[in-house]
Design a protein around this ligand. Structure first.
Ligand code: CA
Ligand code: CA
Length: 150
């Protein structure tokens, strides 16, 4: 068979298999865990499209659900953080738990942030304006062990 057919046939088979498996997926399972939700006492929180640039004009919220209710302290490490910087972080910014007193922007690789969490969830929100897209962030987190917050 000609070379083009030899390349095309495996591609058709591959697409067919992927389509078939997708049709078997349980829609309730898929919708229960959208991409922007994270579970567990440690893990990673990333901006949309990371490590590609995030889009303009959106509020992208990641909800993290921990294994137990608080009060507890979660330590975040900004492993990779590049968000458009303006005075007072008025352009693009990241809020932890909706806390407007601590808006993050600019380049902050390696910075650590402690967050007090009363219940079993906290949020990380990226607000973006209408121009200048950056890479966004990859934030690792873990619940601090062995201490109770009273
Ligand atoms: Ca801007
Ligand atoms: Ca922007």
């Amino acid at each position: 068979m000609p070379l083009s057919s030899a390349l095309f046939l495996p591609l058709v088979l591959f697409v067919s298999v992927v389509t078939f498996e997708f049709s078997l997926a349980d829609p309730e399972v898929s919708s229960a865990q959208p991409d922007n939700n994270v579970r567990g006492n440690s893990g990673y929180i990333t901006s949309r499209n990371y490590p590609e640039n995030y889009p303009n004009d959106e509020d992208y919220e990641v909800t993290v659900t921990l294994d137990q209710a608080g009060p507890q302290t979660v330590e975040l490490t900004l492993d990779d953080f590049d968000v458009e910087r303006c005075t007072l972080c008025d352009c693009d910014n990241v809020l932890i738990n909706g806390d407007g007193s601590n808006r993050l922007c600019g380049v902050k690789n390696g910075q650590k942030i402690s967050v007090d969490v009363a219940g079993d969830t906290f949020t990380v929100t990226l607000h973006t304006d209408d121009d200048v897209e950056k890479r966004g962030f990859n934030i690792s987190y873990n619940v601090e062990q062995g201490e109770s917050v009273c």
